[in-house]
Design a protein around this ligand. Structure first.
Ligand code: AMP
Ligand code: MG
Length: 345
């Protein structure tokens, strides 16, 4: 299959291109497209034969459910049994945007789309290209990140092309995404909203809208004895080809530990920040962003992991980004990429 990459200007969306993309979705095909979080791999969410193609293209385990993307709030009540008060408040505050909510599903949502669960994950993205595509594609687009399963999520159309060339017919290229980390997932099927995946919308931001929100215990458990509630969170994810280790501790000690390793070992890659980059004297050093601007770190994380795959490195040492807010989402992804390998110095 030939994979076409078509540039789409967000300020002047080409109706002809969107119509063509919508036709592919309506006839059961796949289209990759930008969202504000990462690039998504879209299929008609209400057509199980179409959504199945997503699992095949990604090599994704079939028990890992898909998020259904909608373009307007009216679409929600047609696929979920009940919209709890907390969900109404959260949708008012954060939709369209990087928040996914989990509801009890209606019959029309195929079991396959939800990995056999009786609940369904729903998000309304804010990216204009994504919204236009959802409208053209029938209103319900299942769209996980458009990477091969296990690889870092794509933040540019080029990343999608690397993973999906020859596998899907069309990639809509809207340039680099705005956020660079996947959406925050909140489960609303219980008595209290629970965060199943941290993201750009932090726990603090959620608590400003609905007072009671908890963090899934499976996410914070150090001993991994409690499985995470979102099926996808248990899988190793985002892994670069080289082994990745996260170094934690006081910054001067972290820098000196990584410097020592880079001098002793061949093929060392380093993930550092603008604040520390000039202090590294060996290894292949890549700067992820500035600690003063956490968004820049979130934005470059997946791209940097992919860049290292093109380099001759066998081990990567990364500084740590433990902090409240966005730092939680960054560390969640980095720890998964590292298979939870941490060094305390
Ligand atoms: P991705 O599509 O790659 O952003 O991954 C979607 C994430 O949402 C995965 O971690 C899924 O396990 C999770 N998810 C989707 N639907 C549900 C659901 N109904 N209940 C719990 N987690 C879900
Ligand atoms: Mg993904």
């Amino acid at each position: 299959m030939q994979t076409e990459v078509v540039r789409v200007d967000r300020t002047k969306i080409d109706a002809y291109v969107m119509e063509k993309a919508g036709k592919i979705l309506k006839s059961g095909g796949l289209v990759a497209f930008p969202t504000e979080t990462v690039y998504g791999l879209g299929a008609d969410a209400l057509d199980w034969e179409a959504a199945k193609k997503i699992y095949a293209a990604k090599g994704r385990p079939s028990d890992n459910p898909l998020i259904v993307h909608i373009a307007d709030i009216e679409a929600l009540s047609k696929i979920v049994k009940e919209i709890p008060e907390a969900a109404r408040k959260l949708s008012k505050a954060f939709w369209p945007g990087p928040l996914t909510m989990i509801f009890e599903k209606k019959e029309c949502v195929p079991d396959g789309t939800t990995g056999g669960l009786s609940s369904v994950a729903v998000r309304m993205p804010s990216d204009e290209i994504a919204l236009a595509l959802i409208r053209q594609g029938g209103g319900y687009v299942a769209a996980p990140s458009a990477n091969r399963s296990g690889r870092p999520s794509p933040t540019t159309a080029q990343h999608v092309y690397e993973d999906m060339e020859g596998v899907i017919p069309l990639i809509l290229d809207g340039g680099a995404v705005e956020i660079g980390l996947e959406s925050t997932i909140v489960d609303l099927t219980g008595s209290c909203p629970v965060v199943l995946r941290p993201g750009f919308i932090s726990l603090e931001m959620l608590r400003e809208v609905v007072q009671e929100v908890e963090m899934d215990k499976g996410l914070i458990a150090e001993d991994s004895s409690i499985p995470p509630k979102a099926p996808g969170m248990k899988y190793r994810h985002y892994a670069p080809r080289a082994e990745l280790k996260i170094v934690e501790g006081e910054m001067e000690r972290v820098v000196s530990y990584i410097n020592k390793k880079a001098m002793e070992e061949p093929g060392v890659g380093i993930i550092c920040t603008e604040e520390t980059s000039k202090h590294y004297h060996a290894g292949l050093v890549k700067c992820i962003g500035s600690r003063r601007e956490e968004r820049s770190i979130a934005n470059h994380l997946f791209a940097i992991l992919r860049e290292f795959d093109k380099e001759q490195v066998t081990r990567i040492y990364s500084e740590s980004f433990e902090s409240p807010g966005l730092g939680q989402a960054i560390m969640n992804r980095l720890l998964k990429a590292a298979g939870h390998q941490k060094v305390q110095v």
